[in-house]
Design a protein around this ligand. Structure first.
Ligand code: ZN
Length: 401
């Protein structure tokens, strides 16, 4: 499913409003087999009330057995097939630091690395230099001039940086220069197709000059580049689904992914009150608001089961304020699972809770994986949630006569 054209063709006008609350990495696992997951262990009376009136279920991002990044996880929730609509690595890196990527930009992920006197790589991460050192070196590389092209070199973290080339005619199709192993030199800059040759030449000149400027600056005496990508030209979310849409998120990466599909974005302060105050502020002007909570995923990645539980409980405390906004449809879910016991994103299907006035009761009175497994929402691909949400919002007409 997730046929964007089909859904678009069925749109019917309505003034209903939709709220998508994403608790990043929401899905979990018990500490001991047979025990409770983070969501099951959390006391969530407000979400449970919505679950009792609505339906719960599980959604599968990307595909069975696949642990997705947050980029594809969100792309799926926004109704797009995450395999067809892939975000280039360079673009993802730019989104992560809030770099304002333009339509003509070509972005790549960069690593400072160490090469020996023969030119062979001895450390692909340059001993994980400090972010401060990375910033100094980026300042140095930012001085590089290539005619006709504007160059941005932005520090990310430790040895990682973002390279953005801005100019006419830059295209995708430049191969990675990172061989992915030590003991051999960085790969020469090559074009993967003939049309990318001029772009490859620009990159070549940058890399040659970077190597000259970094000589003697061990451990960071060379650069590796990968994931050359431009902003994708995708169907825009607001037009495709007929929704004035906004993302309310504290981290640039999530505002960035929303911006990729054409949503407006709202920058918010660091506290949880800031996040929900921002939602209240923007709510009157939009049909669809996506609110992103990062800390569930962070606690999962830190292996902190108890903290993940308490973040879920704290967010539950904001549900009454959300209900007061009188959304017609509320979808609470995650973009993937991040079980604390695994300390990483995982392939497990993600719990969701869908509330509207037109839900059938599924007799599930709690929001948690074991209820979701038996709930009326069933097991769906992530991208199939958007059509369900639209139908519940009264925004899809009958198909066929
Ligand atoms: Zn995530």
């Amino acid at each position: 499913m997730a046929d964007l054209e089909l859904i678009h063709g069925l749109l019917t006008p309505a003034d209903s409003k939709i709220l998508l609350l994403v608790l990043d990495g929401l899905g979990g696992l018990p500490i001991e087999p047979g025990g409770l997951t983070e969501l099951e262990a959390a006391s969530t009376p407000n979400m449970d009330r919505l679950a009792a009136e609505g339906i719960v279920g599980l959604h599968q991002p990307v595909g069975p057995g696949i642990a997705p990044g947050s980029g594809p996880g969100h792309i799926g929730l926004f109704g797009y097939d995450a395999i067809r609509y892939q975000i280039g690595r360079g673009v993802l890196e730019a989104l992560g630091i809030g770099f304002d990527l333009q339509a003509d930009d070509l972005a790549a992920r960069g690593n400072f690395c160490t090469i020996d006197s023969e030119g062979n790589i001895t450390d692909r991460r340059a001993g994980r230099i400090s972010t401060e050192r990375c910033r100094e070196l980026c300042g140095e590389l930012q001085q590089i001039r290539v005619p006709g092209v504007q160059i941005f070199v932005e520090p990310v973290r430790e040895h990682r940086f973002l390279l953005v080339l801005r100019g006419d005619g830059l295209v995708e199709g430049v191969a990675d220069t990172d061989p992915g192993r030590v003991g051999s030199p960085p790969l020469p800059v090559t074009a993967e197709r003939a049309e990318a040759e001029a772009t490859a030449e620009v990159v070549r000149r940058f890399v040659d000059e970077a190597q000259r400027r970094l000589a003697g600056r061990e451990p960071a005496n060379m650069v590796l580049l990968r994931g050359f990508a431009r902003l994708p030209d995708w169907p825009r979310f607001p037009e495709t689904f007929g929704l004035r849409s906004i993302a309310v998120a504290q981290y640039p990466m999530y505002r960035g992914v929303a911006k990729l599909v054409g949503m407006d974005t709202e920058e918010v302060g660091p506290s949880r009150d800031d996040l929900f105050a921002a939602l209240q502020r923007v709510w009157p002007g939009y049909d669809f608001a996506f609110v992103h909570v990062k800390e569930t995923d962070r606690a999962g990645e830190d292996g902190d089961f108890d903290r993940k539980v308490s973040v879920i409980e704290e967010i539950d405390g904001y549900i009454p304020a959300i209900v007061d906004l009188q959304p017609d449809v509320i979808l609470v879910t995650g973009d993937h699972s991040t079980p604390a016991v695994l300390r990483s994103h995982s392939w497990h299907p993600v719990p969701f809770l869908l509330w509207s006035r037109t839900c059938r009761s599924d007799e599930m009175e709690h929001f948690g994986e074991r209820w979701c497994l038996r709930g009326g929402g069933g097991m769906r691909r992530s991208e199939d949630l958007m059509p369900l949400v639209l139908a519940n919002a009264g925004r899809l007409a009958k198909f066929g006569a």
